[in-house]
Design a protein around this ligand. Structure first.
Ligand code: AMP
Length: 280
């Protein structure tokens, strides 16, 4: 596996491997890698000739300075995990490399209302930062296929919309959520959970499953209210639990009238914010 810190070196290498019907797969991450990230790498490696992974803790998507500061950074361990995972090149840029002071990296896309609901309501400005970094990384890597996790369902929907509006020549591939054996969705933030909250957190997956089981019996608002109550009773502080249209992310009134519905939630486990979702 190659390791590039400068975009010019990554691009020089990409020039040598591109072409001849060879596909490039790209997996952008913020590091502190776990098996969820590696499932994206493995899928990309199986479907492309070359796989590029980036690790960049993007400052523009953090609306809380202390969250950015506390975000886990484990580059040595990440490199060890990537070697042997099928990744051909790791891009590990500095902030200056991604956002050179003499370059305008802003992106103009109208995401409304995708970026103002759910995560967007609780993390103002977050998705503008996500769009900015993914666009910039796509410009640098120019992959054929972009791999993103269902774990961040709203993020994926927004990137799909960005690709559509800007007519970017890349195919977006959604990779299912990888979970711990007890159901907790793998996340870089999980290592920061206290033992007590780590024991409670799997309730999120159980609640999502029970919601899925009850879609024929209860209304959307009953299911949402029930799930919020269950999360709170378990000792978490839920921010939202919403059943939305899987494409537009708009609230839905009736499950029977919707082709694709997804239940999305966020809750605090102590001072760690967890998100999860389930396609219904
Ligand atoms: P992050 O490093 O949190 O920005 O995540 C990088 C990519 O990995 C995103 O596309 C995430 O959706 C994806 N990802 C994170 N956790 C998981 C998981 N448990 N299962 C599948 N994909 C994941």
């Amino acid at each position: 596996m190659y390791l590039f810190q400068r975009s010019v070196d990554l691009q020089n290498w990409l020039e040598t491997v591109r072409g001849h019907n060879r596909k490039i797969g790209f997996v952008p991450t913020m590091g502190a890698l776990h098996d969820g990230h590696l499932s994206l790498i493995r899928q990309s490696a199986a479907e492309n000739s070359f796989t590029v992974c980036s690790i960049f803790v993007n400052p523009t998507q953090f609306n809380d300075a202390s969250d950015l500061e506390k975000y886990p950074r484990t580059p040595g361990n990440d490199i060890e995990l990537l070697v042997g995972s099928g990744c051909n090149a790791l891009f590990l840029p500095t902030v200056e490399e991604v956002y050179p002071t003499d370059l305008d990296t802003s992106v103009s896309v109208d995401l409304h209302p995708l970026d103002t609901v759910m995560e967007g309501a609780f993390r103002p400005g977050h998705f503008a930062g996500v769009v900015q970094v993914v666009y910039r990384l796509l410009q640098l890597v120019q992959p054929d296929q972009l791999y993103m996790g269902q774990k961040d369902y709203q993020q994926l929907t927004i990137i799909r919309e960005m690709i559509r509006q800007l007519e970017l020549p890349v195919k977006l591939v959604m990779v299912p959520i990888r979970r711990e054996p007890d159901g907790l969705a793998m996340s870089s933030r999980n290592v920061r959970l206290s033992p007590a909250f780590r024991a409670i957190a799997p309730v999120i997956h159980r609640i999502l499953q029970q919601v899925k089981e009850q879609v024929d019996e209860k209304s959307v608002s009953e299911l949402e209210a029930w799930a919020m109550q269950q999360l709170a009773e378990a000792g978490l502080r839920p921010e939202y639990f919403e059943i939305v249209d899987g494409n537009t992310l708009k609230a839905i009134s009736s499950l029977s009238k919707t082709k694709s519905a997804v239940a999305c939630m966020a809750a605090w486990a102590g001072d760690i914010r967890l998100i999860d979702n389930m396609i219904l």
